[in-house]
Write a protein that binds this ligand. Structure first.
Ligand SMILES: NC(=O)C1=CN([C@@H]2O[C@H](COP(=O)(O)OP(=O)(O)OC[C@H]3O[C@@H](n4cnc5c(N)ncnc54)[C@H](O)[C@@H]3O)[C@@H](O)[C@H]2O)C=CC1
Ligand SMILES: O=C(O)[C@@H]1CCC=N1
Length: 266
């Protein structure tokens, strides 16, 4: 557990993973961040005690290099990174849509690459991530990336062909659920509840429902039936959600997110 890790880009996702790794017992001295923004570098070194620098040469001693820049910044980062990356280092990319082969093409032949799709609940140790091997990554290197992500939640190894759909479901998924939370709170306020009460009840309802769903292992349709008394309030509410085509909205949203992931990769 004492590999040297480098992050190229340490904003929201990179910073989250750094925080999780430190909380799990990694030493600050084993982590370096290459980050473009000066104010972010100061925050990283003050908050986490890690080395945070602007120069890409800092990755030269790393065994694992995590690429966590926005997809639009990937090509520039890879061009710089390729010259400094140790031959045996594994490149772990968190970048939405960017395929392993596109990354491999920008790196020296045979460089191991692993592609990961994490999500932001990793900030509270409740992330969901999927991990896929590139053409030169060994099982051991893929499992190493999975283990890194498991320090901030759950992580599964999947074929790379799943990753655009994974991005649509669990990568973007927290945003859909935050929109649901926002809608439930506003609806409560519209019905006359004080905002703090509506917020507390809505947040706990989402938390409790997710916990029940996971811990019971019961299909969500059965859990929904448990709430729905014949001719009762829930049946009346669900009738409206069906009328407003909530299922169709989620199907359309995930298709659009999947398509955008494919587009970002092109
Ligand atoms: N935010 C999210 O919910 C998720 C994001 N991702 C992926 O993670 C990646 C990073 O996303 P965020 O952390 O949200 O973005 P962010 O904008 O918060 O962080 C990216 C960081 O990279 C830095 N950067 C850009 N180019 C650089 C370079 N050449 N060298 C050094 N630093 C550089 C920027 O200054 C910035 O701090 C993206 O590719 C995104 O697709 C994946 C899953 C979820
Ligand atoms: O919106 C995005 O592109 C990134 C990828 C998944 C979540 N956020």
């Amino acid at each position: 557990m004492s590999q040297r890790l480098a992050f190229v880009g340490a904003g929201m996702m990179g910073g989250t993973l750094i925080a999780g790794l430190l909380a799990a017992g990694r030493q600050p001295a084993d982590i370096v961040a290459v980050e473009n923004r000066a104010e972010r570098r100061s925050k990283l070194s003050q908050e986490y005690g890690i080395e945070a620098v602007a120069e890409m040469s800092a990755i030269s001693g790393a065994e694992v290099v995590v690429l966590a820049v926005k997809p639009q910044a990937v090509d520039a980062a890879l061009a710089e990174l390729a010259e400094q990356l140790p031959a045996e280092a594994v490149l772990v990319s968190l970048c939405a849509g960017i395929s392993c082969s596109r990354i491999e093409d920008a790196l020296p032949a045979g460089q191991p690459v692993v592609r990961v799709m994490p999500n932001t609940p990793a900030q509270v140790g409740a992330g969901a991530a999927a991990v896929s091997a590139g053409s030169a990554a060994t099982t051991e290197q893929t499992e190493l990336a999975r283990d890194l992500l498991q320090t901030v939640g759950t992580a599964v190894i999947v074929p790379e062909s799943y990753l655009d759909a994974v991005t649509a479901v669990s990568g973007s998924g927290p945003a859909y659920l935050f929109l649901v939370a926002e809608s439930l709170i506003e609806s409560g306020v519209n019905l006359g509840l004080p905002r703090d009460i509506a917020t507390e009840l809505a947040v706990q309802t989402i938390f409790g429902s997710a916990t029940l769903l996971r811990e019971s292992g019961t299909h969500p349709a059965l859990l929904r039936e448990q709430v729905t008394s014949p001719g009762g309030t829930t049946a009346a509410g669900l009738g409206q959600l069906e009328e407003y085509r909530v299922r169709a909205a989620f199907a359309a949203a995930t298709r659009a997110a999947r398509d955008r992931s494919v587009e970002l990769g092109g």
